[in-house]
Design a binder for this molecule. Sequence first.
Ligand code: ZN
Length: 169
Amino acid sequence: MSSRLPVEIDPENLVEKKSELSGHLPLSGFVRLSEALIVDEGEVDIIVSFRKDGDIKVVSGHVNAALFVQCQCCLKPVCIQVDRDFLLAIVRSNEQAKRLPDIYDPLLLEKERVVFSDLVEDELILAIPDIPRHEDCQPEQLTFGDVAPEQQAEPNPFAKLAKLKSKEN
Ligand SMILES: [Zn+2]
């Protein structure tokens, strides 16, 4: 997949042409998103297609990325695997947005062109849970570091055996 994504797009024109865009963008390029990220390395893979469903101008696609955010439970990094489909309909007003069938999210066009990465960034931000956390987070594990040195004091289970043996002798 070559990355020849345009900086700006004219979504209505792309709908007319039934275009498809695919490629990848570096996560470090998303200003709003990077506020939520602990690590902004990596990329997002994107496929977007433009078409009409009846009278509705549709922008649909998929974003795929691994985002590292802070677990709100233990405050350590947690990886959010984003594998998200989106289905947008181009609208020119909030009124028009309200009339959309439920399956579509509105893409409100305030001018002809939109910054393509903004569209992708919105989808990534929406994919981050309100309260990101490890699936099975146990913040008690924070004390693990305190316990570990005690465990390391007797790292060799055979050490005890050796002592027992020397007593036997
Ligand atoms: Zn956690």
